[in-house]
Design a protein around this ligand. Structure first.
Ligand code: ATP
Ligand code: MG
Length: 441
């Protein structure tokens, strides 16, 4: 039975009391992205496996160890998306958007699937907010997507987060660099972990991303990519840094950042939190430029870039620093009927109020008054109206404010809408007055 009542390892539910936190985070990210000109896209949870092999890269950990790949009933190899860029790039090609007005700026909230060892901030199903900007070669584009990330993290007041940037060059300068790297690691081959010995042959830059203590210690003294950049790549990197400085976005250079996916070129960056709750899952957001990806997928040469933020990691940090989420809207009015006739009248009236945008509930469990009052309290209903035979007959009811216990008269007809509306307006006005007096102080 446990299989039925326990979700698979590395997955999580969002409970009713928690969903407003997710909505707030997703809506805030999307609204800020919109200010920067990014429009939402939605792509399928699964794609042809080939898409990820081609884009993410065959030598990456994601492809080698982490993908959820299966054969469907039509004998096609299908993979649950491990990240959002490949799907967005496929959408760009399939829709023909690449041939229209450029750049194309997209944003998404997606679930992602990676077979990893679950721990805090590392799941098998996790969620990302991400952006992709297709067809923008200028270093200003790099600075723009970094500024977008910076704006979002500032909006959430994420404390102690540092932006690290690096350039990993283009295929031309990287070929030289890979040679130098290979020579360096070759000399220490015996000390490297087994995976890295394999990486040495296939893709030595991956060693720089290894999380084993021994390999990362060896990697510290490895040749530096920034010493191997070609002139164009160096100019690009200098221009990105100058833009960030012009926009007062602080950053640090970290030549250890190579990113885990093969499609990156030139600028790569990460926003890393020092919140202890994240442990070694400290990278909240990561991204970079991928100038060769669209061509690699059969499209035109189209310099592009993007980033993605792990929403579980963001929420962990927000909780740890006591971020105040806006209160989720509670039930405005609860009708507590006594008897069948009252239940019918309350149902109709609640429906009418909801049509006008006032959240209203009534008894649908056939319970007595005492149980109903308890339930209204749990709901956090602002007002309760008890309706018995007497109230039905006269139409006169009492509006009881649950928090203060204050009561006021009301009518059980269309005028109730106006009464509730005016009360809500009064509350808003007094909220504004409070705010003004706070500002005046
Ligand atoms: P890491 O080095 O932590 O494994 P990554 O380089 O594999 O991260 P990306 O592919 O760049 O991560 O994904 C972007 C963001 O998505 C990460 O910075 C992180 O916030 C989040 N993320 C990645 N993998 C997971 C996961 N398994 N569970 C939760 N969040 C994740
Ligand atoms: Mg990873």
């Amino acid at each position: 039975m446990e299989m039925i009542t326990k979700a698979p390892r590395g997955t999580g539910d969002v409970l009713p009391a928690d969903s407003h936190r997710w909505q707030h985070v997703e809506q805030t990210c999307m609204a800020i992205a919109r200010d920067f000109g990014f429009k939402e896209i939605r792509t399928p949870v699964f794609e042809h496996t080939e898409l990820f092999l081609r884009s993410v890269g065959e030598t990456t950990d994601v492809v080698q160890k982490e993908m959820y790949t299966f054969e469907d009933k039509g004998k096609r190899s299908i993979t649950l998306r491990p990240e959002g860029t490949a799907g967005a790039a496929r959408l760009l090609l399939e829709s023909g958007l690449y041939a229209g007005a450029l750049p194309v700026k997209t944003a998404y909230v997606t679930s992602c699937y990676r077979y990893e060892k679950p721990q805090a901030g590392r799941l098998r199903e996790f969620h990302q907010f991400g952006v992709e900007c297709f067809g923008a070669a200028s270093p200003v584009a790099d600075a723009e997507i970094i500024a977008l990330a910076d704006t979002i993290l500032k909006e959430f007041k994420v404390p102690d987060v540092t932006l690290y940037i690096n350039s990993i060059g283009c295929p031309t300068c990287r070929a030289e660099y890979q040679k130098a790297l290979k020579a360096y690691f070759e000399a220490k081959k015996d000390e490297l972990c087994e995976t890295c010995r394999d990486r040495l042959e296939r893709n030595p830059m991956r060693i720089l991303d290894c999380k084993s203590p021994v390999c990362s210690e060896i990697a510290k003294d490895a040749p530096k990519i920034l010493d191997h950049l070609c002139d164009d790549c160096r100019d690009h990197f200098e221009a990105v840094k100058a833009c960030l400085t012009a926009a007062d976005i602080p950053f640090e250079i970290d030549e250890g950042i190579v990113r885990g996916l093969d499609y990156y070129t030139r600028t790569v960056f990460e926003f890393v939190s020092s919140a202890p709750v994240l442990g070694s899952q400290a990278t909240v957001l990561g991204g970079g430029r991928y100038d060769g990806l669209i061509e690699e997928l059969g499209g035109p040469h189209l310099p592009s870039l993007g980033w993605a933020m792990g929403l579980e990691r963001l929420l962990i940090v927000l909780d740890a620093c006591g971020y105040k989420f806006p209160e989720p809207p509670a039930c405005e009015v609860y009708f507590a009927p006594m008897g069948d006739a009252a239940a019918k009248a309350c149902f109709a009236l609640a429906n009418q109020l909801r049509a006008g945008g006032v959240s209203a509930e009534t008894d649908i469990a056939g319970r007595g008054l005492k149980a109903q009052m308890k339930y209204a309290d749990k709901l956090g209903a602002r007002y309760v109206i008890v309706v018995g035979d007497n109230e039905l007959e006269t139409g006169d009811v009492v509006l009881k404010e649950m928090q203060t216990g204050e009561t006021s008269p009301a009518k059980l007809d269309e005028s109730l809408y106006t009464t509730l509306y005016n009360k809500a307006l009064d509350r808003q006005l007094s909220g504004v007055a409070d705010l003004l007096s706070e500002v005046a102080e």
